[in-house]
Design a protein around this ligand. Structure first.
Ligand code: 5GP
Length: 120
């Protein structure tokens, strides 16, 4: 299995307001904020507010409403940064082989320069 959600992970603390973030978007189901170590001019992390470990967990347990809200938010945020025309990259690291560091599901939204083969 993929284990249990750790309520003390760093993004859970951000959601609780225990540690600060540079917020770019929020609604009842989604929060987005700037990555603390940006790899591109735009490097935003988009997270669901629910306790999901990774995409594997989210895609299985989240409600249809949460899944729609999450994906809609990503597109809206990209548009806010005028990234549709130049293009951008979405990355979701899932588990050990992908090098996922924070065990709360998040999508990296990267843009603002040609990204080449860069991963995060
Ligand atoms: P992962 O490897 O889990 O896909 O990516 C985790 C991302 O979270 C990394 O890009 C890292 O820079 C970012 N990150 C880690 N800790 C913090 C934090 O406290 N605040 C913010 N804004 N980003 C963080």
């Amino acid at each position: 299995g993929i284990g249990h959600y750790d309520p003390d992970n760093i993004f859970a603390k951000i959601l609780r307001g225990d540690i600060p973030c540079r917020k770019v978007f929020e609604n009842d189901m989604v929060l987005a904020f700037h990555d603390i170590a940006p790899k591109a001019p735009v490097h935003v992390l988009v997270i669901p507010k629910g306790p999901y470990i990774s995409f594997a967990d989210f895609s299985q347990r989240a409600s249809d409403r949460e899944i729609v809200a999450f994906n809609r938010a990503i597109g809206d945020i990209a548009r806010t940064f005028d990234l549709d025309a130049p293009g951008y990259r979405l990355i979701g690291n899932v588990g050990e082989n992908a090098g996922q560091e924070v065990p709360h599901y998040h999508v990296h939204l990267l843009g603002g320069r040609p990204l080449g083969a860069m991963l995060v």
